[in-house]
Write a new protein. Sequence first.
Length: 427
Amino acid sequence: MTGTEQADLHVGDEVEVEVGPVAHGGFCIARHEGRVVFVRHALPGERVLVRVTEARDGQRFVRADCIEVLEASEHRVPAPCPYAAPGLCGGCDFQHVRVSHQRELKATVVREQFARVAKLDVEVVVEPVAGDHDGLGWRTRVEFAVDEVGRAGLRQHRSHDVVPVDTCLIADERILATGVLRGHWDGDDAVDVVAPSQGEAVVVRVPSGEADAPTVVEHVETPSFSADFEVAARGFWQVHPGAAGTFVQTVLAMLEPREGETALDLYSGVGLFAAALGEAVGPQGKVVAVESDAGAVAAAAGNLARYPSVLAIRARVDDAFGVPRASKSGPAGRRGQRPRKLRRHPLLPLAADLVVLDPPRTGAGKDVVAQVARLSPRAIAYVACDPAALARDTSYLRDAGYELKGLRAFDAFPMTHHVECVALFER
Ligand SMILES: C[S@@+](CC[C@H](N)C(=O)[O-])C[C@H]1O[C@@H](n2cnc3c(N)ncnc32)[C@H](O)[C@@H]1O
């Protein structure tokens, strides 16, 4: 034991633990003689033998893998993938869990984040996205890493080490059919394979030059909206084939856009929500899409050309609102740089009826949320891939006078710990 009455654990130590609740990040929490142990490959309620994989000086917890199950949970199943095991691929966290229970674990994590971070009790059920059956074969975009002898593989958990694989069971079968896992990729950092909604998969060697950076077309079909979107093969698009349609349908159902309204689509990518909003508000309405990635904005210009009310702006959302950039180095930017002039983008409206926020994992942040509230929208739809960031931004929205009026969660990444939430806020 250490001076603080905690077990002194080191990498490689093996101890028996009783597994406690699931936590955000694909592991469960256990304790060994006062020391917190984050355990992968286990389930709440199990008794397991773990091997410590990470123990850092000054850290109150260690990380460990379950290497033997002594008392199994009723929700445990044999992992379908041979690489979903300690020391192997780090991509999937929950292959050893029945898919329906994976969703219950994710719902627990969402509830826990809202309770702890936003001080809100929420009811949430994690739903499958359209077309998902058994949680396998869904991934339409996979970036395979390349090892030092040119084999394609996947990375170990919390490591740069590459595990060569001969299959990936969550990948769309068209990705495997390219033969990417039998190829030799000497000189490449990675191989990106994309299976768009229609047609053959596309293989992109990374790094790739502009000239050989292909685009793909993704089709979205919902009961109320259908459209094609051109996307750079390495650009952002939802990886589950049912996700984009599910999220558009959910956002439209929550916001109920009306003809003639003004809407903002923030972090708009190639224009998925902007197009759906553009169609709904019609030519008398107005939609402004804001996105920082030049390639995505260029694609959005083409994708949105048929909606006369939609305008796509290339800017960071915080820059467009004229607020400091959310960065660790603070508002002044990197050390030695002159402070940026904060000026609101002239094409950003001063008021809006509706706002869609779909930020990266870091969330929108306090300043952007405050600016969104100042537009006085009647409804805000927040699409979030990290429930912790959503819970934090929920607090900021509540401070600004907006309440959480609806919350749905989707299993857009089966077998992994990831979960996508769509939240509705109104005054
Ligand atoms: C989760 S994706 C959503 C894209 C789009 N809404 C969709 O569903 O396809 C987040 C997008 O935000 C963009 N992005 C990241 N940081 C940004 C920022 N500070 N300002 C504007 N866009 C940003 C990324 O390039 C990416 O396209």
